[in-house]
Design a protein around this ligand. Structure first.
Ligand code: NAD
Ligand code: GLY
Length: 400
């Protein structure tokens, strides 16, 4: 695969820029490390393994400061805050914590302000380190708080959902939602480290595991046909939270994301491919109201829509859509979206950050393993929406 064939507004890339090959071997006992390469000042490691919250070596050499703030939520805090606190107390004189309300509907200014209130009320300074302990909501909020508090303080991601381990904690996108659109206010701001303890996934509810698998599945069609094959062969093990399968899947997802972010940190081209399924998916989330469908569920239905649109516009071949639907169904994910009026979808999609002058731009598949970004005639988009939505899906519960 030549990277320039993505045709995504990037300079010609050399062989050293190619994605490293997929290796399905992994050591369950060890700690896997994936590097995000962003030059000397901002490169960092993603550490992946079982029981990392109890392994001192992973927590050494954290940013030096007097104090640290653990930002978590009312669900994750009671489960894991004490373990994290035990790791941090030997390194920081003071360790504060804040339990935010749980849920996508709380990814707001109000929650962000609770973080600032806590920091200012506790006497935080410019060195205070923030630890995001939770899923993508906590991670995105904490990252944005870190990017803006006193014009920037260090932060560490401790992702506790599969989705956050394979995607949201990596790559430095931080944001809150606006009632008119998803992730509309935010910043690119990289963490100092990402620590993925696979053991915490044991308490993750099944629908949340599935939602994470949607973002995992995304990486196959856009970048790695061999990983897609592996996912088809190993989906049952992943659904059973098999530790080895999870380690392979988290590491490979992070490798692909690290490759993309290393080439295009601020999304001037290649990084847009990570939004496969998200243009439709974000419209489902904001069209229904945040929190009605899980982000990963919306992305799953969105990937089917984007694939159908790719087929209509002469990209990937039709059998791929059946293949994708079968894999999503194995992961207990929706393969159709709710039948909101097409105009509602279009309105929300025009708000997408990839839109230019009101023209919606979609991540589509040229073939399996290669994506590109383009506009599409409205008639084709509406035809896909009619084909890929159903009234039944409207009632698809967050916890099916
Ligand atoms: P989430 O943060 O809402 O977590 C899902 C649920 O699982 C929550 O109720 C949470 O409290 C609970 N939970 C978390 N860890 C748990 C554990 N170990 N055991 C039991 N319960 C646990 O949702 P998410 O799917 O992690 O993240 C979705 C968010 O991530 C969305 O806001 C999305 O926009 C964002 N996102 C950001 C990026 C990025 O690059 N920054 C990428 C993808 C998604
Ligand atoms: N999840 C999309 C991105 O990080 O770019």
């Amino acid at each position: 695969m030549t990277l320039s064939s993505h045709n995504l507004n990037l300079p010609e890339l050399s062989a050293k820029d190619t994605l490293i090959g997929f290796d399905p071997r992994v050591s369950v006992e060890g700690v896997e490390e994936v590097r995000i390469d962003l030059g000397q000042a901002r490169s960092y490691s993603i550490l992946i393994g079982e029981g990392l919250l109890s392994r001192d070596e992973v927590w050494s050499d954290l940013p030096k400061a007097r104090a640290a703030l653990i930002v978590t939520n009312t669900t994750v805090g009671p489960l894991y805050e004490e373990k994290l606190r035990a790791r941090l107390q030997s390194q920081y004189q003071q360790v504060w914590s804040l339990h935010l309300p749980d849920g996508e509907e709380h990814k707001t200014w109000e929650s962000l302000n609770l973080i600032f209130d806590k920091l200012l009320g506790s006497g935080a300074d410019r060195k205070t380190v923030l630890f995001a302990l939770g899923g993508g909501v906590v991670g995105d909020l904490t990252g944005f708080a870190a990017a803006t508090f006193m014009r920037g303080v260090p932060f560490v991601q401790v992702p506790t959902t599969l989705l956050a381990q394979v995607d949201s904690s990596v790559g430095g996108k931080t944001a809150i939602n606006h009632p008119m659109g998803k992730n509309m206010v935010g910043a690119f701001y990289q963490p100092e480290r990402v620590i993925c303890d696979l053991s915490v996934l044991n308490t993750l509810p099944a629908p949340e595991l599935s939602a994470g698998l949607a973002e995992v599945i995304k990486y196959g069609p856009i970048a790695d046909p061999l990983f897609l094959d592996w996912l088809e062969q190993n989906m049952d093990l992943l659904m059973q939270k098999d530790p080895k399968a999870l380690a392979v899947c988290v590491r490979r997802s992070c490798e692909i994301k690290a490759w993309v972010v290393g080439l295009d940190e601020r999304e001037s081209g290649l990084r847009e491919i990570l939004n496969f399924g998200h243009t439709f998916g974000h419209a489902i989330e904001s069209g229904l109201g945040f929190g009605k469908w899980l982000h990963g569920q919306a992305v799953a239905a969105g990937m089917v829509m984007a694939s159908e649109l790719s087929v209509l516009l002469g990209g990937v071949e039709a059998p791929f859509v059946s293949r994708l639907k079968a894999l999503l169904a194995k992961a207990h994910l929706p393969t159709v979206g709710p039948d909101l009026p097409p105009q509602t979808y279009l309105e929300h999609m025009r708000m997408d950050k990839k839109s230019v002058a009101g023209d919606i731009r979609f991540v589509l598949l040229s073939c399996v393993g290669k994506a590109h970004v383009r506009t599409a005639p409205e008639a084709e988009v509406i035809s896909v929406l009619k084909q890929c939505t159903s009234a039944q899906a409207l009632g698809y519960a967050v916890t099916p």
